[in-house]
Design a protein around this ligand. Structure first.
Ligand code: NAP
Ligand code: MG
Length: 508
């Protein structure tokens, strides 16, 4: 059952889907370049599959370097033309209209995300409203991006003889490259701050999940964002992605994906030394002290690990539990995880969906084998599900050690590794939590405010939460330390990724 079949009828006949979704799936999905949907220059297409069934659901044009080049040129013309002439209130209003259109199309977005990515219903349902919130938040910024005046005395001039100020200008044409794990959110995380700053974009979504980005591109035009401002070129990473990262006409690459590909992006960007921001992998710690509220810890640690089937960068995949509550926490998480309904996201009861592909499932199950071979104790799961699609059981290992590959490497699947700690000093607990090349997210669970805040300082990550895990909001900066990335997306910080500062001095 686990081979994707292109021969069975596609999803466009599925009665559960909205008519607009079915209509979208059967359409010819061209690339979006300069405001028009066009076939790829070489006519290539990509099949798109539903990971919950293995069925083909759509076909999209597949960009290569020639198409990327056309898109970059269109983005340049728009950057110097229509978008540069747009006033800041007009930019805001266009972004707010796009937010409204995302909400108006929320059902189609939900269904596309479920079919394309395999996310459960409740997450699919959150995506269009989340995209709208990002667009509204950043849509408020264009009128508030300001420079400074500086009381300088260049060349020994006296006060009043010169005027020095800074301009904050859009960086230019942005190449955005995104992963498959949360396609609409990943696209909007780049689009919204880039538009607010006055940039134009060429987005290459993951080849496994191109659909919602294409719909977003159509809606951007409907919202009045000029042609060429937002171009969408689905295609393969090593082809379209590499061409975008290396393109001399691109001023900045905003990348989200694996640390390994992040390094390739940096190398490709070296040609014209384009600016680079990177949101990469994670292996985030969840640290539970003995005084924590276990009623809160158990469901939260479960979802921290298994949210989006563990295919999310901020997943809390290393659970450190104080030995006094270790067994209670592990038993609680195992029991709670057993109650999670597993199945396709189109059924609203399911909260745990399939993995993105057969390759991804094989990778995850390979890690499970290695974990057992290296001596970890399998407390739950560890197998593929005997069903169509790419389902794998949520998996929990206890007795894990920092030298095991399941603890060291990002699995990007539903595998939770539990370690225990005793009554030592906080620094040694934090050292264990920091024993990773990553530094993206993390959480601390305790009722002791002093322990909480001391641990917050000791954990090396771009985001640390207390008594919750991974707070997501447009206004909260998000990004990684160490090999989890460069820069911060979300919040005011994200604007800096798309702006450059110009110092101006006038001799009066
Ligand atoms: P990936 O393999 O690194 O791919 C990410 C994107 O890069 C895809 O669009 C991919 O295209 C493209 N790509 C691949 N090779 C390329 C190359 N040589 N040049 C230019 N682009 C290239 O990551 P993934 O498997 O899609 O996603 C999982 C990873 O993303 C995990 O490591 C996860 O932690 C990370 N992630 C991080 C964050 C964050 O905010 N920090 C958020 C989500 C995910 P194709 O897929 O079409 O090949
Ligand atoms: Mg990939």
């Amino acid at each position: 059952m686990d081979t994707p079949t292109d021969t069975v009828p596609d999803a466009s006949d599925d009665e559960r889907l909205a008519p607009a979704t079915r209509e979208f799936l059967v359409r010819e999905q061209g690339l979006l370049i300069d405001g028009r949907r066009v076939p790829a220059a070489d006519g290539r297409t990509l099949p798109v599959h539903d990971p919950a069934t293995g069925r083909r659901i759509a076909t999209v044009a597949c960009a290569s370097a020639a198409d990327v080049d056309l898109a970059v040129r269109a983005a340049r013309r728009a950057f110097e033309g229509d978008w540069a002439r747009t006033t800041t209130p007009e930019r805001s209003r266009a972004m707010w209209r796009l937010a409204e259109l995302c909400e108006a199309h929320h059902r189609t977005f939900r269904e596309l995300e479920i079919l394309d990515n395999g996310m459960p219903w409740n997450l699919g349902e959150m995506m269009a409203p989340l995209a709208a919130e990002f667009l509204r938040y950043y849509g408020g910024w264009p009128t508030k991006i300001e420079g400074r005046t500086i009381p300088a005395s260049p060349m020994g001039r006296r006060p009043g003889e010169t005027l020095t100020y800074t301009l904050r200008e859009p960086i230019g044409v942005v190449g955005a490259i995104t992963p498959w794990n949360s396609p609409l959110a990943m696209a909007v995380l780049k689009l919204a701050p880039a538009l607010a700053a006055g940039c134009t974009l060429v987005l290459k979504p993951a080849e496994l999940t191109p659909l919602s980005a294409l719909l977003l591109g159509d809606l951007a035009l409907e919202a009045g964002i000029p042609p060429g401002v937002f171009n969408v070129v689905p295609g393969f990473g090593e082809d379209a992605g590499a061409a975008l990262a290396a393109h001399e006409g691109v001023d900045k690459i905003a990348f989200t994906g694996s640390t390994e590909v992040g390094r390739a992006i940096v190398r490709a960007a070296a040609g014209n030394l384009k600016k680079v921001s990177l949101e990469l992998g994670g292996k985030s710690p969840v640290v539970v002290f003995a005084d924590a509220d276990l009623q809160a810890v158990i469901p939260a640690a479960t979802f921290a690990a298994f949210f989006l089937q563990g295919q999310n960068c901020m997943a809390g995949t290393r659970l450190f539990v104080h030995e006094r509550v270790h067994d209670a926490v592990v038993e609680g998480i195992v029991a709670f995880t057993r109650t999670l309904p597993v199945g396709p996201g189109l059924d609203p009861r399911n909260v745990f969906g399939p993995l993105i592909s057969r390759e991804q499932r094989e990778r995850v199950l390979g890690y499970v084998q290695t974990g057992r071979a290296q001596g970890a104790t399998l407390a739950l799961g560890g197998r593929a599900l005997d069903a169509p699609g790419w389902f794998a059981e949520p998996t929990i290992f206890t007795g894990t050690r920092p030298d095991m590959s399941i603890v060291r490497e990002e699995i990007f699947g539903p595998v939770l590794c539990v370690q225990r700690f005793g009554d030592g000093d906080l620094a040694s607990v934090a050292r264990a939590a920091n024993e990773t090349i990553y530094g993206l997210s993390g959480s601390v669970w305790t009722r002791d405010v002093s322990v909480a805040h001391r641990m917050v300082r000791l954990i090396d990550a771009g985001q640390v939460s207390v008594n919750c895990h991974a707070a997501v909001d447009p206004s909260i900066p998000f990004g990684g330390n160490r090999q989890s990335g460069w820069g911060r997306e979300m919040g005011e910080e994200a604007l800096d990724l798309y702006l450059k500062s110009k110092a101006v001095t006038v001799a009066l």
